[in-house]
Design a protein around this ligand. Structure first.
Ligand SMILES: [Zn+2]
Length: 81
């Protein structure tokens, strides 16, 4: 598994984007990047799933079927590679 050449910056961008505090330019840059950067693409999907899970818990909504499974799958993918 190759590592991201710009991991710190990507993680920062990811957080800003998921917090809805990003600019359209930053989003475009990030999404163009994860198109070609597998570890960042995985990070993005995992973070998104985890946030969705936390939100459901906070709002006391039932956790959607399959969400926990998909998080586990993403984590397994990362640890296997
Ligand atoms: Zn990357």
């Amino acid at each position: 598994m190759t590592n991201c050449p710009d991991e710190e910056r990507c993680l920062h961008l990811l957080e800003v984007i998921l917090d809805d505090e990003s600019t359209p330019e930053a989003e475009q840059e990030y999404f163009e990047h994860i198109d070609q950067c597998w570890p960042c693409y995985q990070n993005y999907n995992l973070e998104k799933a985890i946030r969705k899970l936390i939100k459901s818990k906070i709002e006391n909504k039932p956790v959607p079927d399959g969400l926990i499974k998909s998080i586990k799958r993403e984590i397994e993918k990362i640890t296997i590679e």
